[in-house]
Write a protein that binds this ligand. Structure first.
Ligand code: N01
Length: 581
């Protein structure tokens, strides 16, 4: 660390100056650091955890695993990395994904520029110095031209403020902050609150240990079997032999990952054919289930057919008819994020597992020994809050971020996040957001979204160096137009029709705005490429002697792939009906 220097204009001390501060060392922060270094920039990454991995560092709950096939749920920037790493299961478990993140950190020697156990507390923009001053809970004060947020979309835990929580005698866990040493539920009475993806993955495993398990459900979720399995080495070798082709096909897909997709409407086929298609998709399992027909997320009548099919599946597995009905969702399938499970519904056939509906009678309070709803106390030695996250913006809210004129990001986003392309926001020069709101992010394979963003950002930063620009900021017009477009596209999809975390509805008091960009990954990437090709159209550079120099295409070259026309027909594009999972 350099000796502290005095900035005379601000009469403040800073420990160090770097080109870029990166907040977070999950998959986003790690790859951003790699890109910055590759282009010769200095960087400091701050990470609250004691190691890399982000989501996969924190979410250690039993059963945590990816729900995009491992061979696609991984970085694609290095063919050597693709070849040398071998996944063991179709959907890798959390420890293996964390080991992969650690391997990447070591292989690319990232750790020297990552400071662990350090939480960024504030980032303030100094308009005179045109620098960000970033402070941490460890007392760091560091100055940087660029502040890059790699804080993750689903990182800020949502722990509802249930009355009496402090009175509870046992441990209260949140799935997203699971203790490193794990939790042992053998012989215990356990209450799980929530039935989203985290709950659905963990409940079958908690049930294996617990003497008694009570699940509190506010809204039932749709879940499709994972059919997880060990990967056959021959299959792995086959995929590795053509990895670049697979990666290219994935980039051209609306979801950023590749799977069989049927563009037909569910209503254009006979009932028999429809059922056969759903059965085949169910047998394939996982998120590709939504690819059974092309219009499931755009046409309510089509969606009704798939929702009926899924409800029949629940009734066929769950023996107690009342429990089965409680587990049957009545909203649009895929409106809330589709879950992927192993043995979830079967768990409710176990004699020591009960489901409690809290949709009409919310949880009233915790007592020393249990959880109360509708006047009944359910005994608990331990409680698991699988209650999700303040998605997309929650991690920004936890940091005191101030841009030009002292404008706080919280204030700028009080009616919902406003960004241009989900990468930057007016009033916050040289402030980048990896997978920020207004980008495909959570609606595409996260690692693909991350890589595309980091590649675009590093090209932009290198361009600024090329032209001698000091600052970069979107224009208000470009941002307003983009926010309008994000909202318009969201309205076309049935996904905007329910109270999900996509619209911030899971946390009381948040503005209801559809936050990710639902227009499809390749459409979005094309837009980013065009913006770049047109001299970063919609952005303003300050202090640039050569503002109109054509931007060099460096890392973004690999994203210049055509749309997959097999999946995105011209008609879909014309109507902007781009399907997403
Ligand atoms: O969180 P969630 P999650 N009283 O928000 C309930 C990703 N992920 O952690 O639906 C009672 O989905 C809430 O009820 P409701 C994935 O993108 C991926 O499970 O709001 N219940 C809901 O049932 C996922 O979508 C994987 O009515 C309350 C649950 O808690 C995202 O992370 C695995 C409540 C929260 O579900 C979030 O998933 C895990 C209250 N006061 C997560 N407050 C993979 O497979 C909330 N709930 C890769």
């Amino acid at each position: 660390m350099n000796a502290a220097v005095i900035d005379p204009s601000q009469e403040r001390t800073v420990d160090r100056t770097v080109d870029a501060v990166v907040v977070g060392a999950g998959f986003g922060g790690m790859y951003m650091l790699h890109c910055l270094r590759k282009q010769g920039f200095t960087a400091q990454v701050f990470e609250a955890g004691s190691d890399v991995g982000g989501t996969w560092y924190w979410n250690r709950y039993p059963g945590a695993r990816c729900d995009i096939e491992s061979m696609q749920y991984s970085y694609s920037f290095s063919e050597e990395l693709d070849q040398e790493w071998t996944w063991s299961e179709k959907y890798a478990p959390q420890p293996e994904i964390l080991a992969y993140a650690q391997h990447v950190a070591d292989r690319f020697d990232l750790r020297p520029d990552i400071q662990f156990n350090t939480r960024v507390t504030s980032a303030h923009y100094d308009e005179t110095a045109k620098r960000w001053l970033v402070e941490t809970d460890q007392g760091d004060r560091i100055e940087a031209q660029f502040c890059i947020m790699a804080v993750g979309c689903l990182s800020a835990a949502n722990i509802p403020d249930f009355a009496g929580m402090d009175d509870f005698d046992g441990p209260i866990y949140h799935t997203g902050h699971w203790p490193k040493e794990g939790a042992d539920f053998h012989g215990q009475k356990v209450c799980v609150i929530g039935t989203g993806s985290s709950a659905i993955q963990s409940i079958p495993l908690i049930a294996e240990q617990a003497a008694q398990l009570t699940v509190f459900q506010r809204t039932p979720a749709y879940t499709v079997p994972a059919w997880n399995e060990r990967l056959d080495p021959a299959k792995v070798a086959e995929v590795k032999a053509t990895y670049p082709e697979l990666r290219a096909k994935a980039r051209a897909r609306p979801t950023g990952f590749y799977f069989p997709f049927n563009t037909k409407s569910a209503l254009d086929v006979s009932e028999d054919e429809r059922r056969r298609a759903y059965e085949a998709a169910w047998e394939r399992g996982g998120l590709p289930f939504l690819g059974a027909f092309g219009d499931l997320l755009f046409d309510e009548a089509s969606n009704d057919t798939v929702a009926d099919f899924a409800r029949d599946k629940i009734r066929a597995v769950v023996k107690d008819p009342a429990t089965a009905e409680l587990l049957c969702p009545d909203n649009v399938l895929g409106c809330k994020r589709l879950c992927v499970d192993t043995g979830y519904y079967e768990t409710y056939n176990l004699p020591h597992v009960q489901l409690v509906d809290v949709s009409e009678h919310p949880i009233e309070r915790f007592t020393a020994t249990g959880v109360v709803t509708n006047g009944v106390e359910y005994p608990a030695d331990a409680v698991v809050c699988a209650t999700g996250f303040a998605a997309m913006t929650g991690s920004f809210d936890k940091i005191d971020i101030r841009g030009r004129g002292g404008l706080t990001l919280k204030k700028a986003w009080e009616a919902g996040p406003r960004t241009y392309l989900g990468v930057a926001s007016v009033g916050f020069p040289n402030f980048f957001m990896i997978t920020g709101p207004g980008s495909p992010s959570v609606l595409a394979s996260m690692i693909q979204s991350i890589e595309q963003h980091a590649d675009w950002m590093i090209d932009c930063i290198a361009h600024m160096r090329d032209i001698g620009a000091e600052t970069f900021e979107p224009t208000l017009q470009a941002q307003d137009d983009w926010v309008k477009h994000v909202n318009e596209v969201a309205e076309i999809s049935l996904r905007s029709t329910c109270s999900s975390w996509y619209v911030g509805a899971n946390v009381p008091g948040r503005p209801r705005v559809f936050m990710p960009y639902i227009g499809g990954f390749p459409v979005y990437v094309q837009k980013c490429n065009e913006v770049q090709s047109h001299g970063y159209e919609g952005f303003e550079f300050d202090g640039a002697p050569l503002p109109n120099a054509a931007p060099a295409v460096r890392e973004t070259e690999r994203w210049r792939v055509p749309l997959d026309v097999d999946v995105i027909s011209p008609a879909m594009l014309a109507s902007k009906r781009v399907p997403v999972v």
